[in-house]
Ligand binder design. Structure first.
Ligand SMILES: Nc1ncnc2c1ncn2[C@@H]1O[C@H](COP(=O)(O)OP(=O)(O)OP(=O)(O)O)[C@@H](O)[C@H]1O
Ligand SMILES: [Mg+2]
Length: 376
């Protein structure tokens, strides 16, 4: 890749590397954000500027695996961003910021703090193409407010990022550079995007193995699981009897209950009218609910079929909350307090918490479903 090929960008790239600071790129999908990021890094290498890349694109990430925000220190010539080894990463758990917006912003913030602590001359933040609609607008405004970039590059074809910039025209920072999209920049179909993501996940899990996580020593985050205390066997029998459904596992959270049911059992209960699907979340038929309240004094807060957690993407974190790696839940046995996690993380003993993400992913990298918030 040669800067001379991109005449429209050439001068800005040279000026940006010269000025340094935190540079954030923003643009719709396929506007050349990653290409321009690569050109900035190559130019920085040539001038010897100490540079850190933050890859904040959780869907089409190049440096770390999808669903993470990663940070890499540029120290030697590289064969494309994908060949840079991340020095740190933060788990988001979704391949679109729209599904886990808060987690995404937290991850970006963590990586930016980490980068700034190292006092490089240049920090380049490549972002996702989510700029349109209310979600895109709020996300990108929040990201600019959070990162407080020194320089902002807007890549756009016909002013599509301008709504994000409303109210900033008199602000002195960030210094904003509006650049056109060169004709050579190609678009990627949604199918190609999905298969690229699957390849990146598959590559990440290529040396993964099944490893056991002891649930007595590991917190589960992002779910009702682990938020309360496990219902003792006698209570489990009482709850099962009141509902006339075999409950695999239950937790008592204050006066409320989270239930884990076997998937087939749950389908049968739905057929029999004991459970009702309310906008993707299962609720209990009112007479049974009242019976449970009378007998146990408890109200159901959430019902999760155990099968929904099969292949769930998880982030494995250590005691300091630092990201150790990704995993896929392959088995969950709450009675034995054990989970089988498919992960390349070798020191599984260091895992202190396991954050459940928004996707179910097969070990070959293919996304097989979304886990909605109201399912967990
Ligand atoms: N000189 C070139 N010749 C041909 N294709 C190019 C050239 N420069 C960039 N591309 C291609 O254009 C496509 C879009 O560019 P790029 O990936 O940089 O955009 P992006 O805004 O980062 O996209 P995304 O929204 O997916 O992150 C890529 O497939 C890239 O390889
Ligand atoms: Mg990109």
């Amino acid at each position: 890749m040669d800067l001379a090929e991109y005449a429209e960008w050439r001068q800005t790239v040279m000026d940006l590397v010269e000025s340094g600071g935190l540079v954030m790129l923003m643009g719709a999908p396929d506007t050349g954000k990653t290409t321009l990021t690569t050109l900035l890094l190559l130019q920085a290498l040539q001038t010897g500027a100490r540079t850190i890349l933050i890859d904040a694109d959780v869907g089409q990430s190049e440096m770390g695996p999808p669903s993470t925000v990663s940070l890499g220190l540029l120290s030697e010539p590289f064969e494309g961003i994908a060949s840079i080894r991340p020095a740190a990463a933060a788990f988001v758990g979704a391949t679109s910021p729209a599904f886990r917006t808060i987690e995404h912003l937290v991850a970006v913030h963590q990586m930016a703090c980490h980068a700034r602590q190292q006092k490089p001359q240049l920090i380049v933040v490549d972002t996702s193409g989510l700029v349109l609609g209310t979600v895109g607008l709020r996300l990108k405004r929040a990201k600019i407010d959070l990162l407080q970039p020194d320089q902002l590059i807007i890549l756009q074809r016909s002013g599509e990022c301008e709504p994000i910039m409303v109210g900033r025209q008199y602000a002195s920072l960030p210094v904003t550079h509006r650049l056109p999209v060169p004709a050579c920049i190609k678009t990627k179909s949604n199918g190609l995007r999905a298969s690229r993501r699957a390849m990146r996940f598959a590559h990440y899990f290529r040396e993964a193995e099944m490893r056991t996580v002891e649930l007595n020593r590991v917190d589960i985050l992002g779910s009702w699981l682990g938020r309360g205390r496990p219902a003792p066997p006698a209570a489990l029998t009482q709850i099962s009897r009141a509902l006339r459904i075999t409950v695999e596992y239950a937790e008592i959270i204050g006066q409320r209950l989270g239930l884990l049911l076997r998937t087939r059992e749950m389908a049968n209960a739905e057929k029999e009218g004991k459970l009702i699907d309310r906008n993707g979340a299962m609720i209990i038929h009112p007479p049974l609910k009242d019976e449970l309240m009378q007998q146990c004094g408890l109200e159901i807060f959430r019902i999760t079929p155990v099968g929904r957690l099969q292949h769930a993407l998880v982030g494995l974190l250590d005691r300091e909350g630092s990201f150790l790696g990704l995993g896929l839940i392959e088995s969950l046995d709450f009675r034995a307090r054990r989970a089988g996690i498919f992960t390349p993380v070798k020191g599984i003993g260091a895992v202190c918490s396991m954050q459940i993400g928004a996707h179910r992913i097969r070990p070959d990298g293919v996304e097989i479903g979304l886990i909605e918030r109201n399912e967990l």
